[in-house]
Design a protein around this ligand. Structure first.
Ligand code: ADP
Ligand code: MG
Length: 678
């Protein structure tokens, strides 16, 4: 008897070698296994007969038997050449691989292989040149003409092995209980669970997989929504200080500011003030482009809290930013409200009404007397754990406001950020200059340097950003840091020794201690350097109004949202500012993606584009979050997300604990275990 919760090690063919590998994929039970979905399908129905190969240059897929194989070494060219003859009933073809001598042992005579690749021609005739290959079994050969599922790749677990495990299970189970409530099933006309499983793993044609895929995506999105809504409800069940909104007080404060608030700033402030007047904790995200003026909005709420006798803390990701906020806020806050500063190196008035600091505030286990509001800058999400740390001494849970300049597309706001309320600041304060952005072709580089020199002569400053290198494998983080550092160091050497030897150039990278980084940034701010060469560590909110040039190397390696963040480092003062994008090859310079940077200064537009092009994992850094693949893939489908949200609301309204849907509840618990948002 095989049941869905049977541990996979009970299956034949899952031995001690494969078990840990499967577990790494999150597969521990038979149920997990059949819910491990293919990422795509390989279409072997296009396999042609070997005898039908006619022209050099065409790309073909063939299957046949290895009838001859040998490897020779070409001493002249210092390469090895493995040649095989592969035949089917219609004929034979020569196959050639270079520098893969082990293939001789992989494909002994008699092996059945599936090959796809390009047809080449030399003096001995047509041949297949270094084709992709897969050994196949007789059984599968008989199944040519079908779609073969290809599963997400992981070291040591091949698609072939997974097919081999999953196929018999799907034949075995004929009626698996469906976790989706029957009403939903009918309403959306989804295929039933068992046939959907068969169709997603082994579709006869691609069109059969689609409804199945949609059904499972919907189910995963529904689970995400249920989780989010339950988290919200749990938060709403807690008690927070109700901080009454004193309209006159706030109106007077707003009048005292050196500028007029934008409409969006007003609305956001109002939403926040309304939230904190409730006896339940606020959980709100303030999302606004760089320079949109989030700080003052948060300050309005902090002022209201302080005036009502509650402490507010304001956390920034770095000491530099904390100092920066402390300076700005000191200028704006009315008398009578005390300000504190708490960072790794400074501790001024730690029991003030408003305390500005870094994460040192929570790490040091400082206790607060009457904490009413927590503001987190430059972070999309404040971990539940971190929040718990803060509330341990409190009888009431403080309200939480997080702020980010990373534009969050609506689809993501409704899913992975769905437990947060979002306030948006879309318009910038009046009179802000547009930054001029150009993708610069390599031959124009000297011109760009000349332009930079001119800006420096006029007293301006320059950022140079070096690329981030994609980690090649897991655990490559430290290698990555090293590689980044190497690039920065080389660029630094080049600029400081060859191009701008007469200028003061500094270097900033992730290997430096945060104190050293802060020091360099403070010195840059104090105009002790003309040029700063940095990795992406520069990204968050530093304010250097005198900097007018942002120059980015290998810009194609960054996401649009991130490029936009970099660009936001300039254009913060009175001077016209520029963003120059360089690419590692001329073709890339022409791509639409980078050209979009020239066209728009609107972070939201760029973020939506990024989401479409690169997918949500890259975009949010959630690729490791454990969010189910299909849900992930559907994170751009606003329609489907909205439907799932509505259905989740309806379900929870009648049945907050999902008592009537035990399977759904079980899957939700499983999701709870694997999804980690931090
Ligand atoms: P961000 O949203 O990037 O954190 P800040 O809060 O740092 O932006 O604001 C950027 C600058 O704009 C600050 O110098 C701030 O004083 C100023 N500012 C904020 N709101 C307005 C406004 N309504 N009009 C003019 N300047 C503003
Ligand atoms: Mg800011």
């Amino acid at each position: 008897m095989i049941s869905l919760d049977l541990p996979i090690e009970k299956l034949h063919h899952v031995g001690p070698r494969m078990l840990p590998r499967l577990r790494r994929l999150g597969i521990t039970t038979v149920g997990d296994l059949i819910r491990h979905f293919p990422a795509r399908y390989e279409d072997f129905s296009n396999v042609i007969e070997i005898g039908a190969i006619e022209t050099a240059g065409e790309v073909v897929s063939v299957q046949g038997e290895v009838v001859k194989i040998e490897t020779v070494r070409s001493w002249k060219k210092n390469i090895t050449i493995t040649s095989a003859m592969v035949s089917d009933a219609s004929g034979g073809i020569r196959v050639v691989w270079f520098n893969q001598p082990y293939l001789e042992a992989t494909f002994p005579i008699g092996t059945l292989v599936s090959l796809s690749g390009k047809v080449g021609l030399d003096k001995r005739g047509l041949f297949l040149s270094s084709p992709g290959y897969e050994k196949i079994s007789q059984a599968e050969l008989r199944h040519t003409g079908r779609l073969v599922p290809i599963y997400p790749e992981t070291e040591g677990v091949t698609s072939k092995y997974l097919r081999f495990l999953i196929k018999p299970l799907l034949d075995y189970f004929t009626d698996i209980p469906d976790p989706l409530p029957p009403d939903i099933q009918t309403k959306y006309n989804f295929p039933d669970y068992t046939s959907a499983l068969k169709a997603i793993h082994f579709p006869v044609k691609l069109a059969d997989a689609e409804p199945a895929r949609k059904r499972f995506a919907f189910e995963e999105l529904l689970l995400l929504q249920l989780r989010t809504l339950q988290d919200r409800a749990a938060m709403q069940a807690l008690a927070a200080p109700a901080i009454a909104f004193e309209k006159e007080l706030i109106a007077d404060f707003v009048k005292s500011l050196p500028f007029t608030l934008t409409n969006d700033q007003r609305i956001a402030a109002f939403e926040i003030l309304k939230d904190i007047s409730q006896p339940h904790p606020m959980n709100r995200l303030l999302n606004g482009d760089v320079g949109s003026g989030k700080t003052v909005v948060a300050l309005i709420a902090a002022y209201q809290a302080a005036h009502a006798g509650y402490q507010a803390i304001f956390m920034a990701p770095t000491e530099l930013l904390a100092n920066q906020h402390h300076a700005t806020i000191s200028d704006l806050i009315p008398p009578g409200i005390s300000l504190g500063l708490l960072t790794g190196s400074k501790k001024i008035h730690p029991d003030a009404d408003i305390i500005i600091g870094t994460h040192a505030i929570i790490q040091k286990g400082v206790t607060f007397k009457k904490l009413g509001l927590v503001i987190i800058d430059e972070q999309h999400r404040f971990g539940v754990k971190q929040r718990m740390k803060l509330i341990k001494e409190q009888t009431l849970v403080p309200h939480l406001l997080s702020m980010t300049a990373t534009p969050i597309p609506r689809t993501l706001a409704l899913t992975i950020y769905g437990d947060l309320d979002v306030s948006l600041i879309k318009e910038k304060p009046k009179g802000r200059q547009e930054i001029i952005t150009r993708v610069v072709p390599e031959e124009k580089r000297p011109e760009a340097y000349a332009f930079i020199e001119e800006q420096i002569i006029q007293g301006r400053q320059v950022f140079v950003i070096c690329p981030r290198i994609a980690p090649s494998s897991e655990g490559a983080k430290s290698k990555l840091l090293l590689a980044e550092m190497k690039m920065v160091t080389e660029e630094y050497e080049k600029l400081s020794k060859t191009i701008f030897p007469h200028r003061r150039v500094a270097m900033l990278h992730g290997k430096l201690k945060s104190k050293e980084k802060d020091q360099i940034m403070s010195d840059f701010k104090a105009k002790k350097y003309d040029i700063i060469v940095a990795t992406s560590v520069i990204e968050v909110g530093v304010d250097v109004p005198n900097a007018t040039i942002m120059m980015i190397e290998s810009a194609e390696r960054f996401g649009l949202a991130q490029l936009h963040q970099f660009r936001g480092r300039v254009g913060r003062g009175a001077h016209q500012s520029y963003c120059f994008l360089f690419t590692s090859s001329p073709e890339i310079a022409m791509t639409r993606r980078l050209k979009a940077m020239e066209k728009t200064n609107n972070g939201f537009e760029l973020a939506e584009m990024d989401l479409k092009i690169r997918g949500p994992g890259e975009f949010t850094g959630t690729s490791q979050s454990g969010i189910p693949d299909l849900a992930m893939a559907s994170l751009s489908d606003l329609g489907l997300i909205k439907q799932a949200r509505e259905e989740a609301k309806t379900l929870l309204k009648d049945d907050p604990t999902l008592a009537r849907y035990p399977l759904l509840r079980e899957n939700l618990a499983r999701l709870q275990r694997i999804v980690h948002f931090e």
